[in-house]
Design a protein around this ligand. Structure first.
Ligand code: FES
Length: 143
């Protein structure tokens, strides 16, 4: 018996949106202080809507599966809608992750937020979802 459900396994073995893109409008990366794994998210943004999203990870299978669903979920969303999504939404979409692997989904959330943060800065956008977001903040976790 695997500790991972079928959906997690499927996104791990056949991840969606893996890779990079030409001329991304925003790129964000985040390294987990828990395990040292890294995530990079690239976004194509038009009129405030995320048209395309890709990820690269130097990380574990749970990070891959989380980013696969995360990039799927943010495509077609406005920047505010994407900012409203948290790692718990990605875990829920995956149908759950083992407790010890929940931190892996935080990589996706933080990399997305950092990409949007950078984009907002470059374009002088004030986004509600970025209020209080500190791109240099130490990431707090329960596990
Ligand atoms: Fe750290 Fe998965 S073990 S990202």
């Amino acid at each position: 018996m695997s500790m991972y459900n079928e959906k997690v396994m499927s996104h791990f073995t056949n991840p969606h949106n893996a890779g990079t893109m030409e001329n991304p409008d925003a790129v964000g990366s985040f390294g987990s202080p828990v395990c040292g794994d890294m995530m990079e998210i690239s976004l194509k943004i038009t009129d405030g809507v995320i048209e395309d999203a890709k990820f690269r990870t130097f990380g574990c299978g749970s990070a891959i599966a989380s980013s696969s669903v995360a990039t799927e979920m943010i495509k077609g969303k406005t920047l505010e809608e994407a900012l409203a999504l948290t790692n718990n939404d990605f875990v829920a979409e995956l149908g759950g992750l083992p407790e010890a692997k929940v931190h892996c989904s935080v990589l996706s959330e933080q990399a997305i937020k950092r990409a949007i943060y950078q984009y907002a800065k470059e374009h002088d956008l004030e986004l509600e979802g970025l209020k209080g977001f500190d791109p240099d903040a130490e990431f707090e976790h329960d596990h």
